[in-house]
Write a protein that binds this ligand. Structure first.
Ligand code: AHG
Ligand code: MN
Ligand code: MN
Ligand code: MN
Length: 311
């Protein structure tokens, strides 16, 4: 993609978002403003993570708020924006995913999802306790050897790479589609002792295939953003199953499971909780967890069959 980055008609994320907006002539542009604030936030985190000196981004919040509720993994309670500054969107986000990897320089990321308020009444938690199906947009930014932002607004998945010399995200991975089947499985094998039956059976199949095919490779980075990004581009399956110690697994529904499931489905993959399609879940609490099996369509089909057979 190097050549693309030096073409003159650069497709930046700003242009991309405005092109999307032009498909909705009735829109006032609030959604585009919201996405541009999220993009700016990612640039801010990228510079902080790369210790490239904190850009003095004053007024980062901006005068026009376009969201009305914020749910962050790092805040116990949802943040309700003051009435005068309120917009019609709700943002759920994991500002720093893979935090155990920060000190050793391994890729970390930011994950986000956007809902529309249920209707223009006084905002309540019900406006964010919506099934993943209702998400309007989702994405992540991965801070690794390069800063890559992957975004879907409901019509496919596109990847953008930050060009630090321009301070712009450039479209480098247009219309990402996940391979239908992969050769990689990604799970924390250290929890194997406590896995449920179908999970243990599936992983056994990956390591000792009965049909004469070659075993899958294990790749586990420990940052969901990095493990999901690799799965999206190379194919395979990423799992955080439930186990005896954590009956709902570890990953959070609103700002880890839903955004990544949204992206996987938009890229032609799928995402399963062990009981149902992940995006069909209706969360009851803003920080609730769910087991997750996501990735290549055929690989997730296999594990679904094992769970349904065990019912
Ligand atoms: P966070 O840093 O936002 O708490 O997320 C960490 C998550 C996720 O990034 C990753 O997939 C998972 O924790 C790894 O958990 P284990 O170390 O238990 O495998
Ligand atoms: Mn955490
Ligand atoms: Mn996380
Ligand atoms: Mn986090």
């Amino acid at each position: 993609h190097e050549a693309d980055a030096h073409r003159t008609d650069l497709m930046t994320i700003t242009r991309f978002v405005l092109n999307e907006q032009s498909k909705h002539p009735e829109s006032r542009g609030d959604f585009s403003i919201l996405l541009s604030h999220i993009v700016l936030g990612c640039k801010f985190v990228c510079s902080a993570v790369n210790k490239a000196g904190l850009a003095k981004l004053i007024g980062l919040a901006g005068e026009t708020n376009v969201q009305c509720i914020l749910v962050s993994e790092e805040d116990e309670e949802a943040i309700f924006v003051e009435p005068s500054k309120r917009g019609k969107y709700c943002v759920v986000f994991d500002p720093l995913d893979g935090s155990s990897n920060i000190d050793c320089g391994v890729s970390i990321g930011t994950i986000f999802g956007i809902y529309m308020m249920k209707d223009s009444h006084e905002p309540t938690l019900d406006d964010v306790l919506q099934p993943g199906n209702n998400m309007l947009a989702a994405g992540y930014c991965m801070y690794g050897s390069s800063c890559t932002l992957v975004l879907s607004t409901g019509s496919g998945v596109n990847g953008f790479t930050l060009d630090p010399s321009l301070g712009e995200f450039i479209l480098t991975h247009p219309d990402i589609k996940i391979p239908k089947k992969g050769k990689i499985y990604s799970v924390n094998e250290g929890n194997a002792k406590n896995w449920d039956g179908p999970t243990a059976k599936y992983v056994e199949k990956c390591k000792f295939p009965k049909d004469g095919s070659s075993p899958k490779s294990l790749r586990y980075i420990g940052s969901m953003v990095a493990d999901v990004h690799r799965t999206l581009l190379y194919g395979g399956i990423f799992m955080y199953p439930r186990d005896k110690k954590s009956p709902n697994g570890k990953l959070r529904v609103l700002y880890e499971v839903f955004p990544m499931s949204f992206l996987m489905e938009q890229a032609g993959g799928q995402s399963f909780t062990g009981k149902q399609r992940a995006l069909d879940l209706v969360p009851k609490k803003i920080h609730e967890r769910s087991p997750i099996f996501l990735g290549s369509y055929d690989d997730v089909e296999e594990i679904k069959a094992l769970f349904y057979a065990a019912e």
